[in-house]
Design a binder for this molecule. Sequence first.
Ligand code: ATP
Length: 238
Amino acid sequence: MKPLLEIESLRAGYGAINVLWDVSLTVEAGKTTVIVGPNGAGKTTLLRAVMGLIPVEGGDIRVDGASRRGAKTWDTVASGIVMIPEGRMIFPDMTVEDNLMMGAFPRGCRRDWKRNKEMVFEMFPRLVERRHQIAGTLSGGEAQMLAIGRGLMEQPRVCLIDEPSLGLAPVVVDEIFRILGRLRDQGMTIVLVEQNTSRALKIADQVYLMQSGKVVMSERGDRVDLDRLHALYFAHET
Ligand code: ATP
């Protein structure tokens, strides 16, 4: 069977500035693929390229074996690939419930929005309490739950999640990772970008380490040699 998502020799960047050099990785259905690496390694850029938010200059992106290179972002979302960006990016002037509704627009999600909303509320009881609250007044952790919940409203086949723990208190980070673990147990396909390596490794089926726009290590989650990972992680840092 073809992998759900395959990235092959990808080259992409911002105009004349190339960031990703020959990046290849494979995302298997139902698995959690973790991408770690220092600031500026190109992790977010990789997710943006997959979403069609920046042009692909070389290589290929395949879903179920079919090339998606050059696909528009709306079409990528319609194919079931959803990105939960760094910094939450919720609609601050809308209520929690309306934010969730915004996730129900793509594809056939509108038909199932009630069921999806119940599923999100079951996963995040805090959002039920806050359903009529203006999203801009949520705490950082609640906003992250809402961002994940909105992504789930889109009935994703693959969830690309960028730095969900960023700026959150340790106890809230625990809660976010508990939820990610639960999604994984339910069979969700997750691509997780994280700087919190130790926590991310606990839920990783496959780990990729990026450094200066390249993949410098790829290993099964349960086989990662932490000393080697750390040595490579800091290899180019001064
Ligand atoms: P971080 O953890 O800090 O977000 P990252 O691994 O996600 O790091 P990227 O955000 O992908 O790294 O950035 C990779 C490189 O691309 C950096 O050198 C960054 O300065 C550059 N870059 C990011 N966004 C842009 C942009 N919009 N225009 C030009 N260069 C950019």
